[in-house]
Write a protein that binds this ligand. Structure first.
Ligand code: ATP
Ligand code: MG
Length: 651
């Protein structure tokens, strides 16, 4: 490398080991200039490749896509939530990454590579160190030999904001959007399903900076389009849904869900296509309550009725006539424990994500910034703060504060929240604050003070009416989250002091967005959606290879010669083609080709004598005889056709 060339590598910011877009482009360019030691096509002969398939699914696999990726030799488990991407998988991941890259580049975003090793100070500046190391505990954090705290990047808002703070001065530099594709580390509490929820996984993450919310919204809309194109091009059936922003923060956010039965997320949507949301975020109209059968107020014994169902049976009422009170323990980042009493109509459930968000909003009242933990305290946990046993199952919303033994880190009063569903309740039944007793026919403003803090913490449910059109009834589907885009606003720039100067010379915080795609999760989600009883059915655009030439009998010299020619011609025509030249029975080879999921199989079998080969399409299993002279053109046309269809569908 010449000196001027080396100098071009110094597009590296002082104090930050970021590989900037310019330097990264150089590295890629120079890599491609280094002549490969062997000029011929890389070997795609199964007899010489790393190719190990298993007959049986390993016991660790609980879902089809995980079992298939293990059986077909795509991945190997190295430890809990840690996988090796074997050569076939790596080809798929590179193809998915390339589609992602093309769509990102087309929006004007620039690729870079940020460090995975991140200093704690950045996370302390943003205020997320405790949330990520203690509350969620999802970040791998440790001390280095100089006793400095560092962490492995679960996400990169802090790193990128530090760069923006250094490098962005003026509105003239905006908007700016950088992205990267790299391994992320998250100490998931329950890693499972292979690449779906692993502890080291590949993500594309992008971060954009703007002068204001309007400019951010524009890029957010561009990302929405780019993401739809990516997923369409990968051949996925997906749905864009309104989402909770979680610990990442900010205002609006949207997730992209691949619909699949095993999905960990529940999506609620209306048949008119106007509304879909993650259940964590979804809103709806609750069903109308049934009229209460209790016409006058009384307190009476109700033995063995600690649950809504048992009370309904005992008292002969509907759940909607009962005021349910649920006790939570919230721990704020200051260490303060606050006991939260949530009232909600008996036929409804509290949504923990919505509750956590409401508590975060209330954090400043407790001189705190965020909620570290939210739990339903069991008997053991209650001992820490309760002066005497609580009448669990018989609690009313006015439970006396003297149940709490206050201390420096225990708030002396219950924080009483009421879900919107309780406001209109009349003549309701609820606990009597005495074990084994309830009150009936109670009313707000009579036996109970009207709720002071009314919030929406209700879980929307399938069968509810939609807010935008009550004639639309919510339906439910399971989804795998493959992408998530956020409008972060100024949360990070304000915390970390990342500002710019506008045209009038005023210094303002940068507006920010962030956009993630789970590249490795997406690859497995595709398998979850595209497989049959025999194996994987890759969409052509991300299949590790397009075609496989199978020689059923390797003692047949003519069959080998024809296969070798086809293998060479197909590859030369740009069709990525494998050659199954292994000394195996034909049945084994066909089974393997189906399992691995190569879109087109070409067999040099008996019909070779008539100048023909068998062409089998993996997705449909349709087999036909095609003349030896025509097969390369035929496969090329089909491969290109399949990729083009996906591209134009994305247009
Ligand atoms: P989840 O709710 O599934 O835990 P998340 O909301 O925490 O995911 P984001 O921070 O939005 O994830 O990350 C962006 C993308 O990275 C997700 O949409 C998902 O596709 C992927 N992803 C997140 N966690 C994992 C994981 N443990 N394994 C594989 N992919 C993941
Ligand atoms: Mg997410």
């Amino acid at each position: 490398m010449s000196l001027p060339e080396i100098a071009r590598f110094t597009h590296i910011l002082p104090n930050h080991s970021i590989t900037s877009p310019l330097a990264w482009a150089d590295i890629l360019e120079i890599q491609s200039l280094i002549p490969s030691p062997r000029q011929e096509t890389p070997t795609m002969r199964l007899s010489q490749m790393f190719f190990v398939t298993l007959r049986e699914a390993p016991a660790e696999a609980a879902i089809p896509s995980h079992a298939l990726l293990l059986r077909a030799g795509y991945i190997r488990r190295i430890g809990s939530g840690v996988y090796a991407y074997l050569p076939l998988m790596w080809r798929v991941l590179r193809k998915v990454s390339q589609i992602v890259r093309e769509e990102m580049d087309a929006t004007g975003a620039q690729e870079c590579l940020l460090p995975q090793l991140q200093p704690a100070e950045l996370w302390q500046e943003s205020g997320r160190w405790d949330t990520y190391t203690k509350a969620e505990g999802i970040m791998f954090a440790f001390r280095d030999r100089q006793d400095r705290e560092v962490a492995l990047g679960p996400t990169h808002e802090e790193v990128i904001t530090a760069i923006a703070k250094d490098a962005i001065r003026s509105y003239r530099q905006l908007p700016l959007h950088l992205y990267q594709i790299q391994s992320k580390f998250r100490d998931e509490i329950r890693p499972r399903f292979g690449l779906m929820r692993s502890r080291e996984f590949i993500m594309k993450d992008g971060y954009s900076f703007h002068v204001d919310a309007a400019s951010l919204k524009q890029t957010y809309a561009d990302m929405d389009r780019a993401y739809r194109r990516m997923f369409q091009r990968c051949g996925l059936e997906y749905r864009a849904v309104e989402a909770d922003s979680g610990a990442i923060g900010g205002s609006g956010s949207q997730e992209f869900m691949v619909l699949a039965e095993i999905g960990e997320d529940e999506v609620l949507y209306t048949p008119d296509g106007q509304y879909s949301a993650n259940v964590e975020k979804a809103i709806s109209l609750p069903p109308d309550p049934e009229p209460s059968p209790f016409t006058s107020y009384e307190q009476r014994p109700t033995p063995n009725t600690p649950t809504i169902a048992s009370l309904c049976e005992f008292a002969g009422c509907a759940p909607s006539a009962i005021l349910k009170n649920v006790l939570y323990a919230a721990v704020f980042d200051t260490g303060l424990l606050v006991l939260v009493l949530v009232s909600i109509r008996g036929d409804q459930d509290v949504n923990d994500v919505k509750l956590q968000n409401e508590l975060t909003k209330l954090a400043p009242e407790f001189d705190a910034a965020t909620v570290l933990a939210l739990t339903v305290p069991d008997a053991d946990a209650q001992k820490k703060w309760a002066t005497r046993p609580l009448p669990l199952g018989y609690i009313a919303c006015n439970l006396n504060d003297d149940y709490i033994r206050p201390s420096e880190d225990i708030h002396p009063q219950f924080l009483r929240l009421a879900d919107r569903t309780v406001v209109a309740m009349k003549n309701f039944a609820t606990g009597a604050n005495v074990g084994g007793e309830h009150v009936f026919g109670a009313n707000w403003g009579e036996q109970f003070d009207r709720p002071q803090r009314v919030v929406d913490v209700r879980t929307a449910m399938v069968g509810d009416r939609a807010v935008h059109d009550p004639s639309q009834i919510l339906e439910s589907a399971r989804g795998i989250e493959v992408g998530h885009i956020f409008q972060l606003g100024t949360k990070y720039s304000q915390a970390m002091g990342a500002t710019y100067t506008n045209e009038q010379g005023e210094e303002l915080p940068l507006s920010m967005g962030c956009y993630g795609v789970g590249v490795s999760r997406l690859a497995q989600a595709t398998v979850e959606q595209c497989h049959d009883k025999d194996g994987i059915v890759w969409p052509v655009a991300i299949a590790p290879y397009h075609a496989i030439v199978v020689v059923p009998n390797i003692n047949d010299a003519a069959a080998i010669a024809a296969a070798e020619t086809l293998y060479r011609d197909l590859n030369q025509a740009g069709i990525e083609t494998l050659l199954d030249d292994r000394d195996e029975r034909a049945g084994v080879k066909f089974k393997d080709a189906d399992l691995v999921g190569i879109p087109y199989r070409i067999v040099t079998g008996r019909s070779l004598k008539q100048g023909k080969v068998e062409l089998v399409e993996r997705a449909t299993k349709r087999a036909e005889e095609v003349s030896l002279d025509a097969v390369v053109a035929e496969v090329k046309q089909r491969v290109e056709g399949a990729i083009k269809t996906m591209l134009s569908a994305a247009e």
